[in-house]
Design a protein around this ligand. Structure first.
Ligand code: PHE
Length: 445
């Protein structure tokens, strides 16, 4: 048997896994969700869920991957078999679905990089920017070209392999991402009037909180931490036994959450400083923010930096989603990495087409009252990821608990004192809480 490839270093793994976690979910979704759901109250609920359920499922996924040294489906098959590989199958299905619409949005960021260079966004009026955005995303051709371009970049990285593709790209792109983020935050919080935006994010207004808010926060936590579909199982499968897996899981969770909060601190103060509406929804980063930049000296430079930041964050996440599927075909179907990356990448591109068209010419076509794009988002983040997380917790808590404990201690032979707390979360708290919040969110309870 060929020995499984390992990450070149601990830092390489943490950056790759953080690259997976930090994405459009943090910079595009999190600020507008906080904006729509009461700011600080949403943040508090989100943080509580991330550091209990999120962190525990993150560790559970990485442990499954490292114990099995296999892709998301193969890992369940190797560790237990029976019906368990179905959890991995759902994950692979979720990967197809998520990447198909994720790449469409990521394509928008490339187009907006171009638009900021050409000066097309140097307009102060959000209404005019709104029609530019609306016109662009409903166009039948142009977003598809950028979607294709983004998928090609993603395929290019995954095709190059774990060490020379994914790890290498993460080591270059993640530091660049942090640098851009810092520059933009300093710019945003030093704007006159920024304090109101900071207060909005940090002071909770519980009057807006309902069960829907909690269920939004949970699905956002899963999406943002890349949990529930086996991305962390796959990345964990390339992790050596010498690494302290729990501390790595902690770092990745902390980095992801810090970037979400930082993105909030980047976007909301700027939005408030110019008197715009924080609950502008998905258009917040593509409509409101360009208007904010247009008001600043050197605005197009900042606009370009912002969309570059968004594009980089999206790329390292997209790579991890494609890798979930590719690792399965390489490990279990004997297909070469090159063919698997290209074929799967092209299929995902095709699946993304109706998502993109549903924002324009296919807008009338709805299933369960949702357009194709929204339906894909709903099925994956509202259903597949939380359900995946639920079964991953049960699997670690009840099926492989003894081995999982050993795996946590593999680097130094010492079982840590918090192991039973983690056990209680994965055995009881996470599955019950996820099931409860899911049913509440769906209106069943
Ligand atoms: N975590 C990524 C983001 O926040 C998206 C993602 C979801 C990546 C699921 C992998 C798995 O954008």
């Amino acid at each position: 048997m060929i020995k499984r490839e390992h990450w070149g270093s601990r830092l390489g793994f943490i950056l790759a896994a953080a690259g997976s976690a930090v994405g459009l979910g943090n910079i595009w979704k999190f600020p507008y969700m906080a904006g729509e759901n009461g700011g600080g109250a949403f943040l508090l609920i989100y943080l509580a869920l991330v550091f209990t359920i999120g962190l525990s499922v993150m560790l559970a996924e990485m442990v499954i991957g490292r114990m099995a040294e296999k892709n998301a489906i193969g890992a369940f098959a190797k560790l237990k078999g029976g019906v368990w590989p179905l959890v991995g199958f759902c994950g692979v299905a979720a990967a197809f679905i998520i990447l198909s619409f994720y790449s469409v949005v990521a394509g928008w960021t490339i187009s907006y990089m171009v638009k900021s260079i050409t000066g097309a966004l140097a307009i102060e009026d959000p209404a005019a920017l709104g029609s530019i955005f609306g016109g662009f995303i409903s166009d039948p051709v142009s977003p598809l070209i950028y979607h294709a371009l983004f998928m090609a970049l993603t395929i290019f990285v995954v095709l190059a392999g774990v060490g020379s593709g994914i790890e290498r790209a993460s080591k270059i792109l993640m530091p660049a991402l942090f640098a851009l983020l810092l520059i933009l935050i300093v710019r945003s919080v030093t704007l006159p009037g920024a304090g109101e935006g900071i207060a909005f994010l940090l002071s909770p207004d519980f009057s807006k909180v309902t069960w829907t808010t909690v269920s939004e926060a949970l699905s956002q936590a899963f999406f943002s931490l890349s949990l529930g579909m086996g991305a962390m199982i796959t990345y964990g499968s390339y992790l050596s036994k010498k690494e302290n897996i729990a501390s790595s899981a902690g770092w990745v969770t902390l980095l992801d959450t810090s970037v979400a909060v930082m993105a909030g601190l980047l976007i909301l103060p700027a939005v408030f400083a110019f008197g715009f509406d924080p609950s502008a929804g998905p258009g917040l980063t593509f409509i409101t923010l360009p208007a904010v930049f247009a008001h600043m000296p050197m605005g197009s430079v900042f606009a370009f930096m912002f969309f570059l930041l968004l594009g980089i964050a999206a790329l390292t996440s997209a790579v991890s989603i494609l890798e979930v599927v590719v690792a399965y075909f390489v490990d279990d179907r004997g297909i070469s990495r090159k063919s698997a990356s290209i074929v799967v990448g092209v299929i995902i591109f095709l699946l993304g087409i109706p998502s993109s068209l549903s924002l324009g010419i296919m807008g009338e076509f709805t299933i369960f009252g949702l357009g194709f794009f929204d339906l894909m988002d709903y099925i994956s983040s509202k259903l597949l990821l939380p359900i995946g997380g639920l079964f991953i917790s049960l699997f670690v808590g009840w099926v492989v608990w003894g081995k999982a404990k050993e795996d946590i201690a593999a680097h130094n032979g010492v079982v840590p004192g918090w192991i039973n707390a983690w056990g209680i979360i994965v055995k009881f708290i996470a599955p019950l809480a996820i099931a409860f919040i899911l049913l509440k969110g769906l209106g069943v309870l």
